[in-house]
Write a protein that binds this ligand. Structure first.
Ligand code: SF4
Ligand code: SF4
Length: 183
């Protein structure tokens, strides 16, 4: 059921955010959602990626995390930060160093090797659903623009917090359902 409680903390014991208005609370919730989804993605994709010689990450992809005002808020309010370099972006020896605030496309990309490694079609469908969770949560956040495509603080301030809160409610419910399959 959709709740409009924008100040619901991102995790038990999380400090209620101050500043940045209701967007700070939403950024915390988004970060918590992203980290939960990331745990499942690592379980499903990690073994395949660990055995793969390709490098999918590109520094220019990481840049969205710094250029998008909302993703910057997510990094700020979740405490997730990572060094960025022109050569590596925020890719470290063990993978992405950014715990939250990654561009949604980083979660959405599933290569053929990962899809082929899933045990059956139902598992593939669940993984695709998981991969699109954040993309869907941010769709049409302001007019036709995705949440992370709102490129100025002034436009971000025009976002309707209740609309994003409802999208996060739906995403949290969907994620809870997906988590039951990974237990
Ligand atoms: S996503 Fe696919 S291509 Fe990229 S590192 Fe992982 S297994 Fe390799
Ligand atoms: S997963 Fe991390 S390192 Fe890779 S492109 Fe995305 S932000 Fe950059």
């Amino acid at each position: 059921m959709a709740s409009q409680n924008l100040n619901r903390p991102a995790r038990r014991g999380a400090r209620a955010p101050e500043g940045d208005g209701p967007l700070a609370a939403l950024a915390q919730r988004y970060a918590a959602l992203e980290m939960r989804a990331g745990r499942l993605m690592r379980r499903a994709c990690g073994p395949v990626c660990a055995a793969c010689a390709k490098v999918c990450c590109r520094p220019e992809m990481c840049r969205e995390s710094w250029e998008s005002p909302f993703l910057a808020l997510v990094r700020r309010w979740s405490g997730a930060n990572a060094p960025w370099s022109p050569e590596q972006g925020c890719l470290g020896p063990q993978g992405c160093l950014l715990a939250a605030g990654r561009p949604p496309v980083c979660h959405e990309f599933l290569c053929q090797a990962i899809l082929a490694a899933q045990p059956d079609d139902a598992a593939r469908q669940r993984l695709q659903d998981l991969a699109r969770l954040l993309t869907r949560a941010g769709q049409r956040a302001l007019g036709g623009d995705h949440l992370v495509e709102i490129m100025t603080p002034e436009r971000l301030a025009r976002l309707k917090p209740s609309r994003l809160a409802a999208r996060l409610d739906q995403a949290e419910e969907r994620l809870a359902s997906l988590e039951r399959h990974w237990r």
